[in-house]
Ligand binder design. Structure first.
Ligand SMILES: Cc1cc2nc3c(=O)[nH]c(=O)nc-3n(C[C@H](O)[C@H](O)[C@H](O)COP(=O)(O)OP(=O)(O)OC[C@H]3O[C@@H](n4cnc5c(N)ncnc54)[C@H](O)[C@@H]3O)c2cc1C
Length: 126
């Protein structure tokens, strides 16, 4: 994805900068963004008509490294399509286990599956 963006001549890259303000949202539109240089703090304005926040391409799973079976940063369920992980009593759902769809509705469905698996697993311990 990054390589494709680099090859697109219409895209200008601005490195080491943070968006500090989106202009004219209170007037119901976007006319630009204010950027702050992350090194010097110097600000500058770039004219634009829209803003899209493109984040979330890496699963936030470092916490589970060495504790759960993982592949490429994603937690691998014990069986495909189930929420059981390599560790008894730990269930997985959503983007940390799904490198294909990564959508709110699929994550919510997986959350429901994990809740049912967890409830049944707890009941089986009685
Ligand atoms: C820019 C963007 C646009 C998107 N647009 C769409 C869209 O239009 N339609 C759509 O269906 N999906 C969209 N998605 C995807 C959707 O947001 C995700 O698929 C969904 O949120 C995944 O849900 P989740 O519960 O798996 O993870 P998340 O929603 O990421 O929830 C994980 C939670 O865990 C918390 N957390 C992380 N680490 C810890 C920790 N150590 N301890 C405690 N809590 C922790 C986080 O703070 C977060 O609240 C978009 C995602 C992005 C980034």
């Amino acid at each position: 994805m990054q390589e494709r963006a680099f090859r697109n001549r219409k895209i200008e890259f601005v490195w080491k900068a943070a968006v500090t303000e989106i202009l004219d949202v209170s007037r119901g539109k976007v006319t630009g963004v204010v950027l702050a240089d992350t090194g010097t703090g110097a600000g500058r304005t770039i004219d634009c008509g829209a803003v899209f926040v493109a984040i979330g391409h890496l699963p936030n799973t470092e916490l589970f490294e060495g504790r759960l079976a993982m592949q490429g940063g994603y937690i691998v369920p014990r069986e495909p399509g189930r929420s059981f992980t390599s560790l008894d009593g730990v269930f997985v759902a959503g983007d940390c286990a799904d490198h294909v769809y990564r959508q709110a509705v699929t994550a919510a469905g997986m959350g429901c599956q994990a809740a049912i698996d967890a409830e049944r697993w707890l009941a089986s311990l009685e």
